[in-house]
Design a protein around this ligand. Sequence first.
Ligand code: NDP
Ligand SMILES: O=CC(=O)O
Length: 319
Amino acid sequence: MKIVITCKLPHEVIEPLQAKYDVVMWEKEGEPMERARLLHEIEEAHGLFTNVADQIDAELLEKATNLKVISTMAVGFDNIDVETAKQKGIVIGHTPGVLTEATADLTFALLMATGRRIVEGMDVLRQDEWKSWAPFFLTGQEIYGKTIGIIGMGRIGLGVARRAKGFSMNILYHNRSHNKEAEETLGATYCKLDDLLTQADYVVLLAPSTKDTYKMMGKEQFAKMKNSAIFINTSRGTNVDEEALYHALEAGDIYAAGLDVFDPEPISSSHPLLRLRNVTALPHIGSAAIETRLEMARLACENLVNGLEDKPLVHEVKA
Ligand SMILES: NC(=O)C1=CN([C@@H]2O[C@H](COP(=O)(O)OP(=O)(O)OC[C@H]3O[C@@H](n4cnc5c(N)ncnc54)[C@H](OP(=O)(O)O)[C@@H]3O)[C@@H](O)[C@H]2O)C=CC1
Ligand SMILES: O=CC(=O)O
């Protein structure tokens, strides 16, 4: 059977696959497989190893006449046309859990960096703009003891809430349903979205990208936040109206934003958001810790092999 891998993986990860299958792997480090090549390779493929950078859409699935399994090295699967794949009897695997703590670390790091203007501080040094210690030079927002509002209290949201607890933060959250663990172990309080937005000093978005969450943070939502509040997004760029965010930041309706994700990705260096002093931006590196990425790759391989061998996947996308 033939496997197509759309990104360069370490030898130790693909060796077991090469022993059993005909493996085609994209070799360019840090770049996704060219679309034309993917559309060609998929015609004969039985298994597809993908990630958030590929669009696994109806056009591609139409050509994938032999495909049995799609395995994404990610927890989010919004880049995959799940409905069409399911109609064609293709199973889909993803990698929840193994990236939770690394992504929660990065989310909290981004919250701290944005609140305390860490990247601006480095820029000041690089540009020789540090004249003296001054009472209000590079002052930001406190973190310890403040209120955090987590939209999407799932695995990663809970990880962020545990970190926030260590900073004695008051924890609010909004989901479609209650998260008992967050309430019972961390004392988190369930809120309507509007209440969370008006009360939180830090609004952290961690809901998946779905039809319901598309641009869920827009003009109206940013207007409800405090002028001193900070918005952090480590979920998906599609969950935010980026133009509305830009205007809210520029007008001082909110204090700052920390962003790891954009729509589309990669974001261009000329994007208006990147020109704002009060934006701290990262290139979608939430889960980018070495051990985590190895675990994700191994789990995605296990899902792939199980799918090829008609065994239950370790983590199957059920949606
Ligand atoms: N920046 C990065 O590198 C990374 C980003 N991610 C992103 O983080 C997301 C979350 O991952 P993970 O925590 O594992 O996922 P989970 O499924 O565990 O958590 C998602 C949470 O969002 C809530 N939710 C879903 N729909 C809505 C809605 N319409 N309104 C409010 N809340 C909603 C769910 O609760 P309920 O069902 O009760 O509404 C659930 O608690 C991923 O889907 C991915 O997009 C993940 C990893 C790395
Ligand atoms: O964005 C990354 C993911 O795992 O989802």
